[in-house]
Design a protein around this ligand. Structure first.
Ligand SMILES: [Zn+2]
Ligand SMILES: [Zn+2]
Length: 332
């Protein structure tokens, strides 16, 4: 069953990745943990699948007893673990990671955004067996100076770094020619570094379709390619990126009321080129609006995308996981 554009009653929000904190998303103190997610929601107004049983008081041993850990099938291919709102977990990131595992999240790719948080992202990947890292400087962190790509290169030496980025172009927020020029040079540097290291690139693109595609074509690797993350662009751009061997990653935006065009893109995308992500702590999917986003909610993105594709969530999870391992081949 297709969702209508106005089925969910949620305002249209297009976040600018980590640079746009959406209203009402932080500071939630509710303690909830995920249901097992095996039921496909087909109603126009789906019930919230979370069950309020007080996660941190229950603990992982009880979750294990309920069999939650048996459903391991989703991969959050893009999140910012170092920026999560942990108020629901008493400040303990371990519990947020454990909650993701309990929701069936098998692997998490934690994305660096600048040279300051790069080492932290790498150390998080060291700390958790099921977490990987990508290192780079976000286009909106390119202000006056082109970031030192050698620092990205040195971070990429770590064995759990599986990609370069996020990098790319964001002309929506960066409107001056000077800042856009810095973004372009940084993007070129990241693409060339990734090509040299034979690593895929995590690309952030917004309002810069032609330049993004031109640069991928000119400086990117066809063989190792990468992913256009948190995709919200046109079908034509998706097709052009697919032609360049890139993957397309879908975030919780797909669940938003007015994301009709994006849902059409998802319906078109080949199953073997699709990834899913949360981009947490931003862009919380329906039905969790009002809370800060976290990796466990990738299960909700997966269920929604599965419905659009007309497959069971398990199938969607399996296919997107296969895609993840094919693209981020260093992740094992
Ligand atoms: Zn982004
Ligand atoms: Zn991001």
């Amino acid at each position: 069953m297709k969702r209508s554009c106005f089925a969910n009653g949620d305002p249209v929000v297009r976040g600018g990745c980590h640079h746009l904190q959406l209203p009402g998303l932080s500071g939630s103190s509710s303690r909830q943990h995920p249901a097992n997610g095996q039921v496909i929601n087909t109603s126009e107004n789906p019930p919230d699948p979370v069950t309020d049983i007080g996660f941190s008081e229950v603990g992982s041993s009880i979750l294990s007893g309920l069999g939650f850990q048996e459903i391991r099938m989703f991969i959050d291919s893009h999140c910012h673990l170092d920026r999560l709102d942990l108020s629901a977990y008493e400040g303990n990131l371990d519990l947020a990671v454990e909650a993701a595992r309990a929701a069936g999240v098998d692997r998490i790719l934690c994305i660096g955004i600048d040279l300051e948080n790069g080492p932290e992202v790498v150390s998080l990947a060291q700390r958790y067996e099921d977490v990987y890292a990508s290192v780079g400087v976000h286009p909106l962190d390119c202000k006056e100076m082109v970031p030192d790509i050698d620092m990205v290169r040195s971070l990429a030496n770590h064995k759990k770094v599986v990609a370069i980025g996020e990098t790319g172009l964001d002309y929506y927020y960066a409107t001056t020619e000077g800042v856009q020029a810095v973004q372009r040079q940084s993007f070129i540097n990241h693409l060339e570094l990734a090509k040299g290291l034979e690593l895929p690139v995590v690309v952030h693109t917004r309002d810069a379709r032609e330049d993004t595609l031109d640069f991928l074509r000119e400086y990117g690797s066809r063989e190792f390619a990468g992913v256009l993350h948190c995709f919200t662009e046109s079908l034509a751009m998706a097709k052009a990126a697919l032609d360049l061997n890139y993957y397309i990653s879908i975030s919780g935006i797909v669940t938003f009321r007015n994301a009709c065009a994006l849902r059409e893109v998802v319906e078109y995308l080949p199953m073997d080129r699709l990834l899913i992500e949360t981009d947490s702590p931003y862009l919380t999917p329906i039905p969790h609006r009002g809370k800060s986003n976290e990796p466990r909610f990738v299960a909700d993105v997966a269920r929604f995308v599965a419905e659009l594709k007309g497959v069971a969530p398990e199938v969607l999870g399996k296919k997107t996981s296969e895609n993840f391992y094919r693209l981020f081949y260093r992740a094992v």
